[in-house]
Write a protein that binds this ligand. Structure first.
Ligand code: ZN
Length: 296
């Protein structure tokens, strides 16, 4: 569960009087005693209070650089995975003739996944296809049972769900979030959702028809308000994020990177502690999704 602390850390070396004073979360803070005249509660960025706009900006710039650097390491790729067609063939699920027919149809149409063609031509069933895909990616096949679109929509911004074919499926035991993917799990998105929500994220696949049905319901649900932005530079991205944090004065803010997006989430209030699942309501948080080019 996310810890939405607004208190500032104090060190044991501080005297009794200075422990009562707010401590700015910016390690390079220069504002000295002037900060005492500023709000002692908000805004909070990554658990730390920022005393001024300049400090918010420096903290966000540092976080942007951290995300840029850390996410430059590509997530583990499945270089040696067996192609779906060969896998189904080796399992005896389809024949060589059926595989060839599906590949030909796919080539002629210039679209569609091989699995879809195999199912359409009745060479195999959707269940066999999703199991083979899950084996390819080393992830589980998830079930759409107990999916509740309205409570799951606040898990991540719609733009990110759409872009990466992801669907927040359900929360189990208040600590585990099942994130379903349409065709291949994205470890980078799963990690981002994990860091933002504070829930352990288990990525898996859904059968095509189940994904489409659940996704249609999700798209009708209310998502948190989101500000979308295209940044020409990292500095520009940090500038826009600073402006939003200064404007909204959130009690907590988190910033992660998902491929070529920065996703920043702002918590307006701490009010989901007593709710059924440990996700905020759509009105309790606000997102910023900032697209940037890899050259920036
Ligand atoms: Zn400061």
């Amino acid at each position: 569960m996310p810890v939405l602390m607004t208190s500032r850390p104090t060190t044991s070396s501080e005297s009794k009087s200075s422990a009562l004073l707010p401590q700015c979360g910016n390690p390079k803070c220069k504002s000295g005693w002037l900060r005492l005249w500023r709000s002692r509660e908000v805004p909070v960025f990554e658990g730390k209070w920022a005393c001024s706009t300049a400090c918010v900006r420096e903290m966000i710039e540092a976080a942007v650089l951290r995300e840029r650097r850390d996410a430059a390491i590509p997530p583990a790729t499945h270089q040696h995975r067996v192609p779906l067609g060969l896998l189904l063939l080796s399992q005896g699920q389809i024949t060589q003739a059926q595989l060839k027919r599906a590949l030909d149809a796919q080539k002629r149409a210039g679209s569609g996944k091989l699995g879809e063609w195999l199912v359409r031509q009745k060479s195999t069933g959707p269940e066999q296809v999703v199991r083979a895909l899950a084996a390819q990616w080393g992830c589980p096949v998830l079930s759409v049972d107990a999916f509740h679109a309205a409570s799951m929509a606040p898990a991540l911004p719609r733009l990110l769900a759409d872009s990466f074919g992801a669907l927040p499926l359900r929360v189990a035991g208040r600590t585990l979030l099942y994130l379903a993917f349409e065709s291949r799990p994205d470890p980078c998105l799963a990690l981002a959702v994990e860091r933002i929500t504070g829930l352990k994220c288990e990525a898996g696949l859904l059968r095509d028809s189940e994904f489409q049905r659940a996704n249609a319901a999700l798209l009708r649900a209310v998502f948190p308000r989101v500000r979308l932005l295209e940044a020409s530079s990292l500095r520009g991205a940090a500038h826009a994020m600073t402006a939003m944090v200064e404007e909204r004065k959130p009690i907590e803010t988190r910033l992660v990177r998902v491929h070529n997006y920065f996703w920043m989430r702002l918590w307006k209030e701490k009010s989901f502690a007593g709710s059924k699942i440990p996700l905020p309501g759509a009105g309790e948080v606000e997102d910023m999704v900032c697209a940037f080019s890899t050259e920036s």
